[in-house]
Design a protein around this ligand. Structure first.
Ligand code: GDP
Ligand code: IMO
Ligand code: MG
Length: 458
């Protein structure tokens, strides 16, 4: 069977930890979208692993697959694999032949477009990893895929087609001289060909590329369990998020089928677990109706974005929860839980269960608030509006919950749900009722043993 892990908010809900938590019963973990924009943390026995590309199952020695819906930067991939090997792991990662490759020019273009947009304060606040430009080339039918790296003639032919176009965009559209860039080789066909041909050779030598659909289907036919690890989250989904402040792929459950080649029946026949942070964080631009406070500092775009009134509380939660971007180190904006956002996520992906993380981070507050509904143009709304302009005008109406005291995470996790302070249980049950979905797991700390497990999806 399959278990699909989906971020229900804006990313960083603790997906990596939940993949690791349930990993014991799983044989293969496949990513279905995104690339090294993701930063998934696994904490176990005092060791912290931060993974951008390698599926989180690697920590438990599970086979990892980067599905056809992913965009793969081989530089990051091999760096990450080498680092994990140095730490004593032996990750077995397969890459879909159909997955698109991120080239250095994609990163350069990501940076230039953000700079141009920032002149009108409209930058997305991307991770700068070249994600958007790579998906653009995929949809534009000029991308280069993992399978192409294994065939030098095809690789050269495709580079000769695409690189001059990219150079022209940089020079003629943006007026930037390629020779003045930090990495002028990013636009040099010969240099790219030599480097990427070698990655293709390593793919071949280590038997890394697969037809993901066939590979995963065969594993399932052998009775193996497959976990589909989403990156990012529903509100930054290219279709279902707050466009244009989104990533360029589908983190929602539909992406798990198109991004792996497992049919909708297979994915829908399994479990779909929505990962929820007990409050809300955001890195990058865009509205946030329940925002508590802006970010102190000089991150571009943030001064205008941080409109919350309760900066002190935001700072307290940010520090308590360690809310700094895993990939970029940027401080995360902090907000109260947003229920219209979660209702949208539950509908789009069809959650069969939830994992609610970071319950410990809110412990000790007198009051915990939730944006229960919005008011827009005098009307009450219970789900996200489809336009970002409307969303930015939504005012949250709040439900207030009594806070809960600090508790010892390890004790509560081992004793189970009833050991959680009563007010925290009231909060959890409100979320379950509103989404009509049971909470399978409750995170009370970052470690594997700091989670209350109520249900195992496999
Ligand atoms: P992901 O991108 O969804 O995998 O999440 P990240 O790894 O980017 O961010 C989640 C952060 O919160 C990581 O530092 C985790 O170790 C940590 N974390 C996960 N669950 C919990 C929890 O229940 N409590 C606390 N305090 N930290 C958690
Ligand atoms: P994980 O998997 C949180 C955000 C960026 C930016 C927008 C577009 O760790 O939850 P991109 O580089 O993808 O083109 O940036 O999406 N973003 C994330 N935010 N968690 C992530 O991943 C993210 N990946 C991208 O900050 O707002
Ligand atoms: Mg993350």
């Amino acid at each position: 069977m399959t278990v699909t892990i989906v971020g229900s908010q804006l990313g960083d809900e603790g997906k990596g930890g939940i993949v690791d938590l349930y990993g014991d019963d799983i044989d293969v973990v496949a990513r279905y979208q995104g690339g090294d924009n993701a930063g998934h943390t696994v904490v176990h026995e005092g060791e912290t692993y931060k993974l951008s590309l390698v599926p989180s199952g690697a920590i438990r020695g599970k086979v990892g697959v980067l599905g056809n819906g992913c965009v793969v930067n081989p530089r990051t991939l091999f760096d990450e694999l080498d680092t994990l090997q140095e730490r004593g792991l032996d990750p077995d990662v397969r890459i879909a032949e159909r997955a698109h490759i991120i080239f250095p020019f994609h990163r350069v273009l990501d940076g230039i477009e953000e700079t141009v947009k920032s002149e009108s304060d409209s930058e997305v606040g991307t991770t700068g990893r070249g994600i958007g430009p790579t998906y653009e080339d995929k949809v534009g039918r000029r991308g280069i895929r993992a399978g192409d790296l294994r065939n030098p003639d095809v690789l050269r032919e495709r580079l000769e087609y695409v690189v001059p176009q990219k150079r022209a965009v940089v020079e003629d559209v943006y007026g930037v001289a390629v020779e003045d860039l930090d990495d002028p080789d990013a636009f040099d066909v010969d240099a790219l060909y030599e480097e990427y041909r070698e990655y293709g050779e390593r793919f071949e030598a280590e038997d890394m590329t697969v037809n993901a659909s066939v590979f995963l289907t065969e594993k399932m036919a052998d009775g193996q369990n497959v976990m589909l690890e989403g990156a990012q989250g529903t509100t930054i989904d290219i279709d279902h998020g707050n466009y244009p402040y989104v990533t360029s792929s589908n983190p929602t459950a539909g992406g798990a089928t198109t991004g792996t080649g497992l049919s909708p029946g297979v994915v829908g026949g399994g479990e779909i677990v929505g990962i929820v942070k007990a409050y809300l964080t955001r890195v990058g631009s865009g509205p946030l109706p329940t925002e508590l406070g802006g970010v102190v500092g000089d991150t571009p775009g943030y001064e205008e974005q941080g409109e919350g009134e309760n900066e002190e509380l935001a700072t307290q939660i940010r520090e308590e929860g360690g809310e700094y971007g895993t990939v970029t180190g940027r401080p995360r904006r902090v907000a109260w839980l947003d229920m219209p956002m979660l209702r949208h996520a539950a509908r789009v992906s069809g959650f069969t269960g939830l994992a609610i993380n970071h319950i410990d981070v809110l412990a000790g507050l007198d009051e915990v608030k939730v944006g229960h509904a919005y008011t827009l143009d005098g009307e009450e709304r219970h789900t996200l509006p489809a336009t970002t302009e409307e969303w930015s005008r939504c005012e949250a109406s709040y439900r207030s919950f009594d806070g809960w005291p600090e508790f010892d995470p390890a004790t509560v996790a081992s004793e189970g749900y009833e050991a959680l302070p009563e007010n925290a249980r009231t909060y959890v049950e409100y979320i379950e009722d509103e989404l009509d979905t049971p909470a399978y797991a409750l995170g009370v700390g970052p470690g594997r043993s700091e989670t209350i497990v109520r249900e195992r999806p496999v």
